[in-house]
Design a protein around this ligand. Structure first.
Ligand SMILES: *Cc1c(COP(=O)(O)O)cnc(C)c1O
Length: 476
């Protein structure tokens, strides 16, 4: 018989393939219809290939294992197509709170609470005593107030939202005074002048980039002033001939003029980090004690919790924010809230915090620990890259990240990969090597710096998982 004709006869039917055991799992997970479409497309493709006299397909059809391998391939393709593109990665960038890598890892207490809140009904906005409508902020307000000395608290989606809603609630169509030294860009679209516009406020810059005095603020106050604001310069520092106006001075001015004074702390922390050997970062309580009427800070920066924006301070002002229709648009969801409550509860016992809160554990990890880990994994890197690159354990500095303490770096250790001296196309080699690390089952993200691929091991804990998958790179 003509091979083309016999090949058409060998083509399996859709129903026959759908009966195969190797497709049973994907049918169970994705449903019959999805798999059927894919199977039909595969058969159509083969039919077209035969019609085009594609001999390779004709040969394949004659192989006894053909149907089985076709089903396995269809199942693999379907699994891959339906897999989430959001995956866990190893953050070996050296930036502990890495915004693009999802910032803080959550403590297990928070993860459990989040899972429970996600899978069950909760009393999110329901008062169990009265049986009437409750307030979602109530679950956090008490402990936030206890910890910071604030009168009231409310929580929104993130700190950017906190800033927007504070501005919009307290200074709509009014001028907001802010020092020229604090016109921060946090990254991408979050720039103070733009935020002012989107909150329908008028930015009134005072002072100069390096020096701003109290009189710059007091001279700028007019009928149209709605708010005095301070923004923590989280990702830079102005050094040299500088002067900024302290919170105490601004709050004094605020009291005299009856214009509220608010402070965007950015990262913000509830405890004095010096007790863990870290540099000082103003705490929320310090800022309120200095007289700020409201303080805004992030949930997922130094606090170490889920993405959220927390606003604490004067009750009257917090109430105004809660009445703003934007509050509904920016409110925190139940899963985040459940996690945040647990994270804040951990702060009640600061002495155990560095063991229980992953962010603090990362930031305070002993250098000897990181160094020992580096020495243990070094030989594996060496064997993988033998002849192609020199690998060594190097001193490096980790950054806290996300705008916290930009100039304070933590002593750490890295695996550094440098292409061998006589190698041509070193940059291309390093770029391609870093791509291969990012294509591992659990992607490994490092950084390219000074002609080397650097993996800072500060945030690596799952040593076994890490080492096991490196075997995949043996073929580089
Ligand atoms: C990070 C930061 C923000 C934005 O906070 P998100 O939680 O990322 O929305 C706002 N202001 C300052 C000063 C910051 O550092």
């Amino acid at each position: 018989m003509n091979p083309q004709v016999s090949a058409f006869k060998l083509l399996p039917s859709v129903d026959k393939l759908l009966q195969k055991k190797s497709l049973a799992d994907v049918i169970e997970v994705l449903g019959h219809d999805v798999v059927k479409l894919k199977v039909r497309a595969a058969i159509d493709q083969m039919r077209n290939a035969i019609a085009a006299n594609d001999l390779s397909v004709i040969e394949q059809l004659e192989s006894p294992s053909f149907i089985e391998s076709l089903c396995v391939k269809i199942a693999d393709d379907l699994n891959q197509e339906s897999a989430s593109t959001l995956v866990s990665v190893f953050n070996l960038t050296g930036t502990v709170i890495h915004t693009n890598l999802g910032r803080a890892r959550m403590p297990k207490e928070a993860v459990l609470a989040m899972s429970a809140a996600a899978s069950q009904a909760t009393n999110l906005e329901f008062d169990l005593e009265t049986g009437k409508r409750g307030d979602r902020d109530s679950h956090l307000e008490k402990c936030l107030c206890e910890m910071t000395g604030a009168e009231a608290a409310t929580v929104v989606n993130n700190n950017a939202a906190a800033v927007v809603i504070v501005l919009n609630s307290l200074a709509l169509q009014k001028e907001v005074l802010i020092s020229r030294g604090e016109l921060v860009e946090i990254g991408g679209a979050f720039r103070i002048p733009d935020v002012m516009k989107s909150a329908s406020c008028i930015l009134k810059e005072v002072g100069t980039t390096n020096r701003t005095h109290l009189r710059d603020f007091s001279d700028a106050i007019t009928e149209s002033t709605g708010l005095i604001m301070k923004v923590h310069t989280s990702n830079y520092e102005i050094r040299g001939f500088t002067k900024s106006v302290s919170e105490t001075e601004l709050s004094e001015l605020s009291r005299q003029t009856k214009i509220p004074f608010v402070s965007d702390l950015g990262s913000g922390t509830l405890v004095d980090l010096r007790q863990y050997g870290l540099p000082y970062e103003p705490t929320v309580k310090d800022t309120l004690d200095a007289g700020a009427d409201l303080v805004m800070f992030s949930g997922d920066k130094l606090l170490g919790g889920p993405q959220a924006g927390i606003i604490v301070g004067k009750r009257e002002l917090v109430e105004k924010i809660k009445r703003n229709p934007l509050k509904r648009a920016l409110r925190i969801d139940k899963v985040t809230l459940a996690g945040l409550v647990e994270v804040i509860n951990l702060y009640k016992d600061p002495r155990r915090l560095s063991k229980r809160l992953p962010i603090l554990k990362d930031l305070t990890r002993p250098l000897s620990d990181i160094n020992a880990l580096a020495e243990r994994v070094l030989p594996l890197f060496e064997s993988i890259l033998e002849g192609q690159a020199a690998v060594s354990v190097e001193e490096c500095k980790s950054q806290i990240g996300s705008g916290a303490l930009p100039l304070d770096l933590l002593e750490s250790r890295a695996i550094a990969i440098r292409p061998v001296a006589d190698r041509a196309g070193k940059d291309a080699f390093l770029t391609s090597l870093s791509l291969q690390f990012r294509r591992l089952p659990k992607p490994v993200v490092g950084r390219l710096h000074d002609g080397a691929l650097i993996f800072d091991l500060r945030c690596l804990y799952d040593e076994e998982g890490f080492v096991n998958q490196l075997e995949n790179l043996k073929t580089v």
